[in-house]
Design a protein around this ligand. Structure first.
Ligand SMILES: *Cc1c(COP(=O)(O)O)cnc(C)c1O
Length: 472
């Protein structure tokens, strides 16, 4: 409760920052003598700011006299009477008027369970304000370099090049490697379309190959079969947090002298053996979209161990403008830069990434513990030497009722998502297909369940009852 108590001498900005840490969006305001003197909600603060109050307004200046309290002596009926859809939390005070606890309304069964929800409850707001107040709001500023250094260290790589999103990161990597017209790039059938689109944008020809049935990642045997004299690169995708078989892929790449661009947009921190994904290939590409493991709103990063590639990507990211001579261009580059404000969010997110990964892993385990006895869900596997992460809790529904399950979840206010359609099934990409049998089967059965910090056992049991009623 510590982060829910706010002195009336604090400013609205102090209050906002304090509120971030409790995740409750409400503060109990106290006087110097510790007595409760008001309740302040996030909604109150937003309204005050919109009505031209400054961030420096003292909390004591804006408190309203009408707030609810209860005491320990009150009975349950009185507790319930105080709670409503508008008032979800009410402080409990002692005889001296000091806050000793609070009561909170139970989540209703009908509340929506969202698929994902960014956790912005750390230093994000403070760092964004710092970036804002420094006036370095474009793509120069202290947070960019800090984020690049710290994220590349997290990936065990030497260099990080922050980009405007994960798609531009992939495109930047391909172009920096000189991949273009006449070149073939091998990509898995089961992935988000950004992977293949960037190959097409680079002017190269994608070659779609099948996935391994058990891991859902690109099949090294299929890669080998698809190689021609025009093959220049492989783009393994660590799908749904599962690392590809990087030993086999790097062996093939060395044997045939191919580049490797890892699409690690869904797998921050996953490992194959003792190494982190993104560090195996020539370049590893990440996304920080709002639903990814960590977010910067929109954003991405290329990581690499090659100084030469680092320099090339930096040049291309910034219009291809010569470093020695300003406004002199040796290459037709892009503007793929990340802003300092985005990087500020990224730095705050990165401080908690280990905790976020551990939390997602615990949630995945809880889903398995509570749902496995139904026998129709085959959860994503973790098989050594691959250490996957949980991006979205994902499973195959093996009784052929995946679409019905999705529909029933939606009807019951639970968000869920089907796996990606195999690229080979879309008319746009069909002509690039080399092989796709496992991808078709996995994609048809695959489902991702709500994965965010608010998902409770009750939510999982709600999903279980839907499964029991309609699916098994
Ligand atoms: C999210 C994602 C991307 C693209 O990242 P954006 O930041 O949305 O551009 C690329 N590949 C995969 C596999 C992804 O999941």
């Amino acid at each position: 409760m510590k982060n829910m108590i706010c002195s009336e001498e604090k400013t609205l900005l102090d209050a906002l920052i304090l509120m971030r840490h409790s995740k409750k969006n409400i503060l109990f305001v106290i006087k110097e003598n510790k007595k409760l003197c008001g309740v302040l909600s996030l909604g109150d603060i937003i309204l005050l700011l919109l009505r031209d109050h400054g961030f420096d307004t003292k909390v004591s200046k804006i408190l309203r006299p009408d707030y609810h309290v209860v005491t320990r002596k009150d009975n349950h009926a009185r507790y319930l009477a105080k709670l409503s859809p508008e008032v979800k939390i009410v402080p409990v005070i002692d005889a001296q008027g000091r806050v000793v606890d609070y009561i909170e309304s139970q989540k209703k069964v009908s509340t929506r369970v969202p698929m994902s929800e960014p956790d912005l409850y750390g230093e994000e707001l403070r760092y964004v304000l710092k970036a804002f107040l420094s006036t370095w709001i474009s793509s120069t500023g202290e947070y960019i370099q800090k984020f690049e250094e710290e994220f590349s260290r997290f990936c065990d790589t030497r260099y990080g090049i922050a980009t405007s999103n994960g798609t531009t990161a992939l495109h930047l990597a391909l172009v920096a490697l000189g991949i273009g017209k006449g070149d073939e790039v091998i990509v898995p059938d089961l992935t988000f379309a950004a992977s293949i689109n960037t190959i097409i944008h680079a002017g190269a020809t994608p070659v779609i190959v099948d996935i391994e049935k058990d891991h859902w990642t690109i099949d090294p045997h299929e890669i080998e079969k698809a190689i021609t004299s025009r093959t220049r690169a492989i783009m393994p995708v660590h799908i749904y947090g599962q690392p590809c078989n990087m030993d086999a892929i790097m062996k093939i790449a060395r044997k045939h002298r191919l580049f490797v661009v890892e699409d690690a947009a869904e797998a921050h921190g996953a490992q194959f053996g003792k190494r982190t994904v993104g560090s195996f290939g020539d370049v590893g590409c990440f996304s920080f979209y709002a639903n990814k493991v960590i977010t910067t709103g929109e954003g991405g990063m290329c990581v690499t161990n090659s100084k030469k590639l680092h320099d090339k990507m930096k040049l291309l990211r910034d219009h291809g403008m010569s470093k020695k001579k300003k406004y002199w261009h040796d290459e037709a580059g892009f503007n793929y830069r990340m802003t300092n404000i985005q990087a500020a969010i990224g730095c705050a997110q990165l401080e908690r990434i280990e905790a976020t990964l551990a939390r997602n892993q615990r949630l995945n385990k809880r889903y398995e513990e509570l749902l496995s006895d139904l026998g129709c869900l085959e959860f994503q596997k973790t098989v050594a030497p691959r250490t996957r992460i949980t991006w979205l809790v994902s499973a195959l529904l093996t009784n052929g009722k995946r679409d019905l399950f999705l529909r029933k979840l939606l009807e019951n206010n639970v968000d869920a998502r089907p796996f990606f359609y195999p690229l080979s099934t879309m008319p746009l990409y069909k002509k690039y297909t080399f092989s796709n049998a496992n991808s078709l089967a996995v994609s048809r059965q695959g489902i991702s369940l709500p994965t965010n910090f608010n998902v409770s056992d009750d939510d999982i049991l709600r999903i279980k009852s839907i499964l029991k009623r309609h699916i098994v």
